[in-house]
Design a protein around this ligand. Structure first.
Ligand code: AMP
Length: 197
């Protein structure tokens, strides 16, 4: 089961939004691609505008799980203002804490279905038939930015820029740490458990 189903709120990934914009073509996708391909962050103005647009389109809902956002202090501060304007606020910020060795192993083996988006891993979650989705038979592909070089760059950006966001939410009393080094079912259960007490 997906986390969004277990928690009953839609999943919003800024990375997925950018990849969809790149597939569609147009100014946002073209701009984002230049940064994503290099393992750099998409500029804050673009990222915040995309999130603002999404929230405007969705209207009032029971909430969201934001995945991969915010990644800078500027985004976190802007997000607070965006939520405040809508008369709402953040419930929690979840840090999936994992070693860089685990992250590299997971990201470099990651594959997803072109058709339905289901996620696999060559060794950890292999499909029954290599290269084909168990659910719909669609073709499995690797993300263009999941190369050893780009992942190293993304980790460097995380250490230099995104770690600051951890401190931001810790100070606000919103940070929840989950041991991301555990098997995926345990990580899932720990996250769901945060919202059950
Ligand atoms: P992800 O799918 O979360 O791994 O994101 C893939 C790439 O999209 C990142 O390496 C960034 O280049 C870009 N991206 C996603 N979310 C953000 C964000 N909140 N701020 C800036 N860039 C982002």
């Amino acid at each position: 089961m997906a986390l969004s189903v277990a928690l009953g709120v839609p999943h919003v990934s800024t990375g997925q939004m950018f990849r969809a914009a790149i597939r569609k073509g147009g100014p946002i996708g073209d701009a984002a691609k230049q940064f994503i391909d290099k393992g750099q962050l998409v500029p804050d103005e673009i990222t915040i505008a995309v999130v603002r647009l999404l929230l405007d389109e969705q209207g009032s809902t029971g909430g969201f799980i934001f995945d991969g956002f915010p990644r800078t202090r500027t985004q976190a501060e802007a997000f607070d203002r965006v939520l405040q304007d809508r008369g709402t606020r953040l419930t929690a910020a979840i840090l999936l804490d994992a070693s860089e060795a685990d992250i590299l192993q997971r990201v470099l083996g990651r594959q997803s279905c072109e058709k339905c988006g289901a996620l696999y891993h060559r060794k950890l979650v292999p499909p029954r038939q290599s290269g084909a989705c168990d659910r719909c038979g669609g073709k499995l592909t690797q993300r263009a930015d999941d190369t050893a070089e780009t992942v190293q760059k993304r980790l460097e950006v995380y250490r230099k820029v995104t770690l600051d966001v951890v401190g931001y939410y810790e100070k606000a009393g919103l940070l929840k740490r989950v041991d991301g080094g555990q098997p995926k079912d345990k990580v899932f259960a720990d996250i769901v458990g945060l919202f059950q007490s």
